[in-house]
Design a protein around this ligand. Structure first.
Ligand code: XMP
Length: 319
């Protein structure tokens, strides 16, 4: 049981005492945890904070713009926006194995982040959005995948040669506390209550080889799905929802013509802990609307299917 204004005051005092007049770097991803850290550190140390946002080319539609609007323009946070999409795409060319893709994306992310950080010569601290469940999980990293997840964006991403001290102001908080803190710091409800998004992003939602063309199609389909879920009041009733790109072509008809285009699968699940999950029984009318919009608005996709696989036996992601 804790009181939010007191908590914020204490957290800020603690950060100020720890950091003094040093400069701090933070990797901003658009996710809840790093966003809350950014808002908190901005309150505590203002211009001593520099955020680095890496566009991997595998993010959701307008993610970079959203981050820049929210943090750089609205709050006045210093944010370095790095478009590294070309780099990620060329490293991923010809690679279709899911775990290889994860390794490449994670490795490239660290490399880009390190290069940018190295330019900030005065920085002494690296801030991270580690939360209490991450601390517990990495203490006993059970599965290989859990470990890969955590070593990617959250815990343990601090390579020795960065010579930075680690600042983890959310280390003692559970997810719901992080969200409360975000709201109290003035972040929009919509951002603070976002569904989780995996570190490798669309890289594991494009089956097999990743191509920019596929990512561009998938981003738009995913955006339509999320927009309609929100409009129908189903976003809050699902734990995670997204589109998956299937690199196979199906035959269709459009006007007087025949089409031969790609397929998108929609996935929406309900779960408490993401270890097991039910597929969400979305209304047919909602699925119909999403399907019509995707096919009418996105040239290159002519078929939409809905995933009715639970976890187990399926995983939530398709890769
Ligand atoms: P699965 O697909 O294993 O997903 O049922 C369970 C939860 O973990 C997320 N996930 C990942 N998150 N890096 C991440 O940061 C990953 O490589 C990764 N793989 C799965 C997934 O989105 C879901 O919330």
């Amino acid at each position: 049981d804790w009181n939010m204004p007191d908590y914020i005051g204490e957290a800020i005092a603690k950060i100020q005492a720890q950091v003094g007049s040093d400069e701090v770097i933070l990797g901003l991803s658009g996710g809840v945890d790093s966003s809350v850290v950014a808002a908190l550190l901005h309150r505590a140390i203002g211009p001593q904070l520099t955020c680095v946002f890496v566009d991997t080319g595998l993010l959701r539609l307008n993610e970079g713009q959203m981050v820049m609007d929210m943090f750089a323009r609205n709050l006045g946070v210093k944010v370095i926006h790095v478009d590294a999409s070309e780099r990620f795409m060329s490293k991923l060319a010809g690679v279709s194995d899911p775990e290889k893709k994860r390794k490449i994306i994670g490795g490239e992310f660290v490399a880009v982040f390190q290069e940018e950080s190295a330019k900030l010569k005065n920085a002494k601290w690296l801030a991270q959005g580690t939360i209490y469940p991450d601390v517990i999980e990495s203490a006993g990293a059970k599965t290989k995948k859990a470990h890969a997840i955590k070593s990617h964006h959250n815990v343990g991403g601090l390579p020795e040669d960065m010579h930075l001290k680690l600042l983890e102001p959310l280390r003692e908080l559970f997810k719901d506390e992080v969200r409360e803190l975000g709201v109290a710091l003035g972040l929009p409800h919509e951002m603070v209550y976002r569904h989780p998004f995996p570190g490798p992003g669309l890289g594991v939602r494009i089956l097999g080889e990743v191509k920019r063309e596929y990512a561009d199609l998938l981003r738009r389909a995913d955006h339509i799905f999320i927009e309609e879920l929100r409009a129908a009041g189903w976003y809050e009733k699902t734990s995670q929802a997204f589109a998956v790109f299937l690199p196979v072509r199906a035959v269709g008809v459009m006007g007087d013509g025949r089409t031969y285009d790609y397929v998108v699968a929609l996935r929406a699940v309900q779960t408490q802990d993401f270890m097991t999950a039910h597929w969400a029984e979305l209304p047919y009318s909602l699925l119909a609307k999403v399907s019509n919009r995707i096919i009418n608005e996105i040239r290159g996709i002519n078929r939409v299917v809905y995933d009715v696989t639970g976890k187990p036996p399926g995983t939530i992601e398709w890769e």
